[in-house]
Design a binder for this molecule. Structure first.
Ligand SMILES: Nc1ncnc2c1ncn2[C@@H]1O[C@H](COP(=O)(O)OP(=O)(O)OP(=O)(O)O)[C@@H](O)[C@H]1O
Ligand SMILES: [Mg+2]
Length: 184
């Protein structure tokens, strides 16, 4: 799963791009939108359905019917669905754990996009069912003490931090990517 300490640090962009890359190299990948309060993936991808995690967790439909294909890439996506303020309660019910276990049997890799860690419990609950957590930090914005706190909290629930990704970084002016590539 992908999370971060603040809104707009680039979680969804990273989750989508990584899922898309794994899909492109032939993995059987699912992008799961776990931001049930204010998901933007549907709008980002111009998808037209209200089906998604919310109604599956509400017991209103089957997950297999709710999984969509990104029209641009063919990537399989379980959208968040109808926005709900009850997301924490829905995730807590245990149905999410069972759902993820079921999905893990069908996919090589599941990339879960989540909201900011800590403000609401959703990302913490999701972390408890994921095999690893990627923490997004934004250059000149994320506070190191906030990132350290999330890393401590992940340790407390025995979630495995598998990486930290720096977003919106400015490359040094003297770094010529093309030259470095050809000089390898
Ligand atoms: N690595 C990046 N470099 C530059 N801009 C980026 C990067 N990642 C994301 N952005 C831009 O930052 C904005 C927020 O991105 P995104 O929606 O992925 O963040 P988020 O952390 O998922 O936000 P939210 O907390 O609302 O879910 C978007 O305008 C996106 O295009
Ligand atoms: Mg997001």
């Amino acid at each position: 799963m992908v999370t971060s300490t603040l809104p707009k640090e680039g979680k969804t962009t990273l989750a989508y791009n990584n899922a898309k890359s794994w899909h492109e190299v032939g993995e059987n990948v699912l992008l799961l939108d776990g931001d049930m309060r204010k998901s933007r993936i549907k709008e980002y991808l111009n998808m037209e359905t209200n089906l998604g995690l919310t109604h599956v967790l509400q017991g209103k439909g089957r997950v297999t019917d709710a999984i969509m294909e990104d029209p641009a890439t063919g990537l399989q996506i379980l959208l968040a669905g109808e926005p709900t303020l009850e997301s924490t309660a829905l995730l807590e019910k245990g149905r999410f754990v069972a759902l993820l276990e079921e999905l893990k049997r069908s996919y090589d890799r599941i990339v879960v996009d989540t909201p900011t860690y800590g403000a609401i419990a959703d990302a913490t609950i999701i972390a408890g069912s994921c095999d690893g957590v990627v923490l997004v930090v934004e250059e000149d914005r994320t506070k190191i003490e906030d990132a350290a706190k999330v890393i401590d909290q992940l340790g407390e629930i025995r979630a495995e931090l598998i990486g930290v990704v720096l977003t919106k970084a400015t490359l040094p002016e003297n770094l010529n990517m093309q030259a470095s590539y050809y000089n390898l």
